[in-house]
Design a binder for this molecule. Structure first.
Ligand SMILES: [Zn+2]
Length: 375
């Protein structure tokens, strides 16, 4: 496989989006570190080189043989096709590591925030997904038409962010991030093997909640993950569900609560007066409501019932569809919107998408059907 050529082609096809993303990241990271733009690039180059040279023990992680060369070649391909500096590629490759942001899932793109799965509905297996974000970011979050996915995939997977303050620092820092799911797809044959693999590689990914489904059996799990810990939730009545910034596994829940309390103490705030704590409590309430809704709708699973879950408007903070309630960024006064609801019918190779605009919430817009093309 010529990794340089492949990445070069990807860079040419996505030049404008990658350029814009890098420009935005540069500004937000320089603000985060309180550094000038050149200083920011310098800092990220240092982080990048430390990580790329931290090649893990290949006896313990044999699936990573050749991965360092592959990443270096891919970076060169992107740099050359998009005309990025070395500092800019370092920003692009490491911003998730430094900001703990999770990327959208690589298969049915746009996975973030809320995920619901019905294995056996009157419309076949269905995956529902809400993308919640600031309105400004809509341009970078909506999958392209047609959605091109790899042929003969063994798994469907997606993820939502977990956002844990003061999380433990894992002993591995090699830059795998969400490439972990591609490596899983390459090396694992069934769900059992995939779960074992993701646990063996636990120091390379998280915090995020991941949904992994084996295409052949339609069986799946949710793995709730911090940088070093995990909890596994199995299917219940043929359903899986998860949402952002919250855990349902009791041990993970307890861990998260401790991390959050530490944040509040360090900021010198009181829990019941903290805007952040209000937001986190809301995420936990959304998870509880999601569990209730999924249980209720699993009695009669269908396309219609999954729409009703994604567009649920219980009073805030329980609501699944968000209309700008709840502040996610205190400094910038950003609020959260469900900028898109996406339902995937993988066996029919189709997606339905509701997208928000300046005038309408996503749930008020006309849905658009999209093709999924396997290549
Ligand atoms: Zn709505």
């Amino acid at each position: 496989m010529n990794w340089y050529k492949k990445a070069y082609k990807y860079g040419i096809e996505n030049k404008k989006d990658i350029k814009t993303l890098v420009e935005n990241l540069k500004i937000s990271i320089s603000k985060m570190f309180n550094l000038s733009l050149p200083e920011t690039e310098k800092k990220l180059i240092k982080i990048h080189e430390e990580r790329i040279n931290a090649v893990p023990d290949l006896i313990k992680y044999p699936e990573l043989k050749g991965m360092q060369e592959r990443i270096i070649e891919e970076n060169r391909g992107i740099m050359d096709s998009v005309s990025l500096t070395y500092g800019e590629i370092a920003i692009l490759r490491n911003y998730r590591y430094i900001t703990n942001i999770v990327s959208p899932g690589p298969i049915y793109k746009g996975n973030d925030c809320t995920l619901v799965y019905f294995a056996d509905s009157s419309d076949g297996p269905i995956i529902g997904n809400n993308i919640d974000d600031w309105k400004e970011r809509i341009w970078q979050r909506i999958p392209k038409e047609p959605l091109i996915v790899k042929k003969n995939l063994k798994f469907w997977w997606g993820n939502v962010s977990a956002g844990i303050f003061y999380d433990e620092i894992p002993p591995e820092k090699f830059p795998l991030e969400n490439r972990i799911f591609e490596v899983m797809e390459e090396h694992c044959e069934n769900l059992k093997a995939a779960v074992e693999f993701l646990i063996r590689y636990k120091f390379f990914w998280g915090g995020q909640n991941a949904m992994i489904i084996e295409k052949k059996t339609k069986e799946g799990v949710i793995i709730e993950k911090s940088s070093c810990r995990y909890g596994i939730r199995k299917m219940e009545n043929g359903t899986l569900y998860t949402t952002a910034m919250s855990f349902a596994d009791p041990k993970m829940k307890e861990y998260l609560a401790g991390r959050r309390m530490e944040r509040i103490i360090k900021k010198g705030e009181k829990w019941n007066e903290s805007i952040e704590a209000e937001y986190w409590d809301g995420c936990d309430k959304r998870y509880e409501n999601l569990a209730r809704l999924v249980k209720e709708k699993s009695k009669n699973p269908s396309l219609k019932s999954i729409i009703e879950i994604l567009q649920n408007h219980s009073p805030f903070p329980d609501c699944i569809c968000l209309h700008g309630q709840g502040r996610t960024n205190i400094e910038l006064d950003h609020t959260n919107y469900t900028i898109a609801s996406i339902i995937t019918l993988p066996m029919r190779k189709k997606q339905i998408i509701w997208t928000c605009s300046e005038k309408k919430f996503a749930c008020q817009s006309e849905p658009v059907w999209r093709e999924i093309v396997e290549k």
